[in-house]
Design a protein around this ligand. Structure first.
Ligand code: 5GP
Length: 118
């Protein structure tokens, strides 16, 4: 699938629609999900144009990937959920139900999250 420059997260990256940023550096942006499913529900995205997890980990460069993974740990520390725990979910492609075609990880925390699949 080719990257859709008009997807919602691309628009957030370009500043065309607002978000509540939690973390930002040269490679990564993280912001609150608009419909939170837990007390903490953060969307973490690379700034590069990747449609999904498969695209990012197959085609992203090493620095982008390392910075993305490091950002996850930094955000967990910043939110004080590194000790209490959190869940990372990334929907990839049709069968996952991925809605926004820019690679993203959901970080959920702030309560006992229960089974992985509800
Ligand atoms: P997906 O189903 O693609 O894994 O998740 C997409 C997520 O993006 C959903 O949890 C949805 O609530 C969130 N979302 C959709 N539109 C917006 C928006 O305009 N702003 C923010 N902050 N989150 C959004």
């Amino acid at each position: 699938m080719s990257y859709d420059q008009n997807n919602i997260f691309s628009k957030i990256l370009k500043g065309e629609i607002p978000s509540t940023p939690i973390f930002e550096n040269e490679y990564v942006l993280a912001f609150n999900d608009i419909e939170p499913k837990a007390p903490n529900h953060i969307i973490i995205i690379p700034k590069g144009s990747y449609t999904d997890s498969f695209d990012f980990y197959k085609n992203g460069n090493d620095l982008e990937i390392i910075e993305f993974e490091r950002a996850i740990a930094k955000i967990a520390e910043d939110l004080n959920i590194d000790k209490t725990g959190y869940r990372l979910i990334s929907n990839c492609g049709r069968d996952s139900g991925q809605e926004v075609p820019h690679y993203h990880v959901h970080m959920l925390a702030g309560k006992k999250l229960g089974p992985i699949l509800g």
